[in-house]
Write a protein that binds this ligand. Structure first.
Ligand code: GDP
Ligand code: GDP
Length: 435
């Protein structure tokens, strides 16, 4: 389940965020409320003629007080690091500027396809003026108007044609997981410790220009792929310390995983940023395990673990389905339990239950605790069926979806969870009207 990534680059004001918002589907919108940032999101999913992809607006990665040229240089480098295809945006109204040349120079060095979009070509006269842009050296310029939604189809056709061909890749049956968490919780220590404990098969699947992205290993006879090990281990580039960059990176890793290890730091406790990270993972519908790392740092008595668990449950109520493990990357305490747990969660995330058993469970649940009614109209549930896995998704056919209450839906979810093991995975319940 790996998704191609498009990165949009270009100097400020050429229209990157306008184009991003045009292309981004609005199903997944994750808002990060950093003050002073006008863009509400920099990472989204899009779809064009049946191909889905992720999309990054590099212009939204705030570089703080860096000088202007340094900022656009870093944004272009991020595009090169992250993207399968880069959309380089310039503006027909201003022509080629020094800053455009600067971005072009960085992109020449990239071993990645670049598609040149000439924005603000709002009318036929302006569309005639794109020929100058051949001189940038990225082949045919695509005239578009982000503001009016013109030319985006041709642009996306070109982008999709440039996606790397994945058909030659061997079928990957391994369980894909990633580690996410704010800086310093111990992700890269955990990566090293896990790889140290297990047999690494192919240490890296190299991208064209970057270091190892995914690492494969075998544990307890099962194949695992650790997603984005490079992103976790690599250090040093300035932009890697910006929160928006780490968030984007985490969201990308989540997209490419079956199971997410959400890492907390026992030493420092739970912080605001942890909650945002957990929110992305939950919304993405992946399997989740809460890993409390640095367990060695606490002075413990026989209440410590219980108290910490209660605290985590309170702070992350919507992750009630996620198991919690207390580990130490330093002493390797309980690390050997992780592979088995990841496997269980991956299995549950992909679990299908039979309609007949499901309906028995739900009808018993309804008999025990009758459906809500609203002004004398009672909710009726006729039939339920599982329509999807990863995450398991159930459709309930009902007389009127409006009659379902949040609390009753949760009751039904709990009943489903009591009868089938869905540990570690969210489950989705959808009501559909049926006469
Ligand atoms: P960014 O800094 O590259 O992300 O640029 P923005 O998307 O914020 O756009 C900069 C300005 O250009 C805004 O005032 C937009 O309304 C305007 N703009 C964006 N796309 C177009 C376009 O296709 N035509 C015209 N005329 N203006 C545009
Ligand atoms: P990341 O930013 O999440 O990748 O965190 P790192 O793996 O770089 O770890 C941050 C710091 O915490 C480093 O100094 C590690 O040595 C330390 N650290 C990581 N895991 C543990 C642990 O389990 N116990 C202790 N005591 N320190 C740890």
């Amino acid at each position: 389940m790996s998704m191609p990534t498009i990165a949009i680059v270009g100097r400020p004001n050429v229209g990157k965020s306008t184009i991003f918002n045009r292309i981004a589907g609005d199903r997944i919108s994750i808002v990060e409320d950093t003050p002073g940032v006008t863009r509400d999101r920099i990472y989204a999913h899009g779809e064009w003629l049946g191909t889905t992809f992720s999309l990054i607006d590099t212009g939204g990665i705030d570089m703080g007080d860096e000088p202007f040229l340094k900022q656009i240089t870093q944004q272009a480098e991020i595009a090169i690091d992250e993207a399968d295809v880069i959309v380089f945006v310039v503006s027909v109204r201003e022509g080629i500027t020094d800053a455009d040349e600067k971005v072009a120079q960085i992109l020449y060095r990239a071993n990645k396809p670049v598609v040149l979009a000439v924005n603000k070509a709002d009318n036929p006269e302006l569309r005639q003026e794109i020929y100058d842009f051949y001189s940038l050296g990225f082949g045919d310029p695509y005239p578009i108007s982000g503001a009016h939604g013109l030319g985006l189809g041709d642009l996306l056709d070109a982008v999709i044609k440039a996606f790397p061909d994945k058909t030659g890749e061997p079928d990957d049956q391994s369980i894909r997981f990633s580690l996410i968490g704010r800086p310093n919780v111990g992700k890269s220590s955990l990566v090293n410790a896990l790889l140290g404990e297990n047999r690494v098969i192919v240490s890296e699947i190299a991208g064209t220009t970057r270091d190892a992205i995914d690492t494969k290993f075998v544990a307890d006879g099962t194949d695992f792929t650790m997603v984005d090990t490079a992103g976790i281990r690599k250090r040093g580039k300035v932009y890697e310390n910006t929160e928006r960059y780490s968030v984007m990176r985490a969201m990308k890793a989540i997209d490419n995983s079956d199971v997410v290890l959400f890492v907390l730091n026992a030493e420092e406790g739970i912080r605001e940023q942890d909650k945002r990270v957990a929110g992305y993972a939950h919304e993405a519908g992946r399997g989740i395990i809460i890993v409390v790392n640095k367990w060695d740092t606490l002075k413990k008595n026989n209440q410590t673990l219980h108290d910490f668990e209660v605290h985590v449950r309170e702070e992350f109520q919507y992750l009630a389905y996620a198991p919690i493990v207390f580990v130490s990357a330093k002493t390797h305490q309980r690390l050997s339990e992780l592979p088995k747990l990841i496997k269980t969660v991956a299995t549950n995330h992909a679990k299908r239950v039979q309609s007949s058993t499901l309906n028995d469970v739900l009808m018993d649940a309804i008999a025990m605790n009758p459906t809500p009614n609203d002004n004398g109209r009672r909710l009726r549930v006729y039939f339920a069926t599982q329509v999807a896995i990863q995450p398991p998704t159930f459709v309930l056919f009902v007389n009127d979806p409006e009659l379902m209450h949040f609390s009753y839906e949760r009751y039904l979810e709990n009943q489903i969870r009591e009868h089938f093991d869905f540990t570690g995975t969210p489950i989705h319940i959808i009501e559909r009207h049926r006469k």
